[in-house]
Ligand binder design. Structure first.
Ligand code: F6P
Length: 567
């Protein structure tokens, strides 16, 4: 008999389905009373601690999940990824973001060629270039040093670098290295974003980095042309050579745009856009801002997780455990969403980045997870008879507590990732206060998972003499799953680790579901329809062409827009 195409046809999947009905009968409150179980659900690696004891799971569940991993050939799929096989089959490409942060002497082959030397060639070029810019030996058209950088790019060519930049912005070492420099991003084609990105900047002291894997993305190319005009109208067209550089896989188009190919930083088609932060996409702008040595620590952190993911047994493998638990929550419990809740303001752009990595797998939202696992068919094109992918969203604690946590506590069940940091980047202790600011923050980090897991019963409320009419409102059902990840600190190295953990978790989910986490066809339809509208707007505005080829709704909206904006 041919082996089943879909994971849901396997015995371990069916066993987990039945097992879930059993688990549903046990409240987390009871599961948490078993200390031996809790201890077995804690994993340490390199100073970080993962605690997944607040999942609706027993040790038997975890065993069954390992069996599911076996049935999905998880280990083989991980190996195939690291071996450079074309696991992104719909685009016929390897998936080798791990090569971007591999030590110089590593051998990682794609199509029979070791790609690590090429990676380091670009890293060395970035180091040299960023040192020239930072030291002032590369000067702008009017002889001034380039102290400010605007990175123009969207999606994966923006969100990852923004996340890392935001996370480093208050790291003491990075702060020191960034003194006197600014890094800004221009992603949205909205002219408001253009204005925000350059307001207060002087073209004489600004370097524009155009970041686009394809160098064809409509928004990025229009923004790049807009900034090229900003520079050349202020400093003359020849200034572009000194003030614009590019990051792309398409060096032919870079040159056509007018950027000297010597000032282009390459990456490769085996790097997915949303997995590209460790390529020149992130490394160049971040090195310009913080210096290459800080960014190298970030790459080392990511690489440490790559090793861990590749070598650790499943029961100690943080990305594997996280991925399996996501599959458990999404496909068995049917929870459609996941909240990413870092108790660190420095991680405010982490959830937006991970959203892309994951969401492209369920629906199109601009994030890593949703771009990766937002899919409706298996890698063989078979419609999935189960739910895959999740809606990732999040906010740093405690801010989120004052907005959407109400829903998480008493409304929908949304599995939560709590991410805490032992040592704050910027500790503050105000004399006379009971605790430091960071302890105050972390009090919430420790309290929230228990509030979700235990809840509050009507009996407890009665004992507290709560008025009977308020009891239904003040009751918390509890039994809401979460996991806690405690990092020792938040420096470039740990930020790299956190990124790689989530990248690999997405891969694990996709490998189990049997989908392709590395393509993103779902975003193409919207792009082609926008092309049609763009053509219409141009034709109507320049030649008065009638609006044709749209449904009643779009035609009405377009007519209103054209009429109201024509004067
Ligand atoms: O939105 C889809 C997408 O293709 C992303 O995957 C990618 O990161 C982004 O667009 C930008 O593409 P590019 O880097 O080619 O400009």
């Amino acid at each position: 008999m041919a082996s089943p195409t879909l994971i849901s046809d396997t015995e371990p999947w069916k066993e987990l389905k039945a097992h879930m009905e059993e688990i549903k009968k046990t409240h987390l409150r009871n599961l948490m009373s078993d200390s031996a179980r809790c201890q077995s659900m804690m994993v340490e690696f390199d100073g970080m601690l993962l605690d997944y004891s607040r999942q609706n799971a027993t040790l038997e569940t975890v065993d069954k999940l390992y069996k599911l991993a076996e049935a999905a050939h998880l280990k083989e799929k991980i190996n195939r990824m690291y071996n450079g096989e074309h696991i992104n089959s719909t685009e016929n490409r390897s998936v080798l973001h791990v090569a971007l942060r591999a030590p110089r002497d590593t051998v990682i082959n794609s199509d029979g060629k070791n790609v690590v030397p090429e990676v380091w060639k670009v890293l060395d070029k970035i180091q040299e270039f960023s040192e020239r810019i930072r030291s002032g030996s590369w000067i702008g058209a009017t002889g001034k040093a380039l102290t400010d950088v605007v990175a123009v790019g969207i999606g994966g060519s923006f969100l990852g670098p923004l996340f890392v930049h935001t996370a480093l912005q208050t790291d003491p070492e990075a702060v020191e290295c960034a003194r006197g420099r600014q890094l800004r991003f221009l992603a949205n084609v909205d002219p408001i974003d253009v204005a925000r990105s350059i307001t207060g900047l002087n073209p004489e002291t600004t370097l524009v980095v155009v970041v686009s894997k394809t160098f064809t993305t409509a928004e990025t190319m229009l923004n790049a042309r807009t900034l090229r005009e900003w520079i050349s109208s202020a400093l003359g067209p020849s200034a572009v050579a000194k003030h614009m550089v590019a990051v792309s896989t398409n060096l032919v188009l870079v040159e056509k745009f007018g950027i000297d190919p010597n000032n282009a930083f390459a990456f490769w088609d085996w790097v997915g856009g949303r997995y590209s932060v460790c390529s020149a996409v992130g490394v160049l702008p971040l090195s310009l801002q913080y210096g290459f040595s800080v960014v190298e620590k970030f790459l080392k952190g990511a690489s440490s997780i790559d090793q861990h993911f590749y070598t650790a047994p499943f029961e100690k493998n943080i990305p594997v455990l996280l991925g399996l638990l996501s599959v458990w929550n999404v496909s068995f419990f049917g929870y459609p969403a996941r909240a990413i809740l870092p108790y660190s303001q420095a991680l405010e752009k982490f959830a937006p980045h991970i959203q892309q990595a994951i969401l492209l797998e369920i629906l199109y939202l601009p994030f890593v997870s949703m771009e990766s696992n937002g899919k409706g068919v298996s890698i063989d094109g078979v419609p999935l008879p189960f739910e895959a992918g999740e809606i990732d969203f999040g906010e740093p604690g405690t801010n989120g507590q004052h907005s959407f946590y109400q829903l998480i506590h008493q409304g929908r069940v949304i599995p939560c990732d709590f991410i805490g940091i032992v040592k704050s980047q910027q500790p503050v202790y105000l004399k006379g206060e009971v605790v430091s600011n960071h302890d105050e923050l972390m009090s919430n980090f420790f309290a929230q998972p228990d509030a979700l897991a235990y809840g509050k019963t009507p009996e407890q409320l009665q004992k507290e003499n709560v008025s009977p009419h308020l009891i239904p409102h003040k009751t918390f059902s509890g039994n809401r799953p979460s996991l806690s990840l405690l990092l020792p600190s938040l420096n470039a190295y740990n930020i790299g680790q956190l990124l790689a953990i989530y990248e690999h978790r997405i891969a694990v989910e996709g490998f189990i579901w049997g989908i392709n986490s590395f393509d993103q066809w779902g975003v193409e339809l919207g792009k082609s329809l926008a092309t049609q509208v763009r053509k219409q707007l141009h034709g109507s505005r320049t030649k008065g062409e009638p609006i044709e080829g749209f449904n009643f709704s779009t035609k009405t909206l377009l007519t209103r827009y054209l009429e109201a904006s024509s004067d």
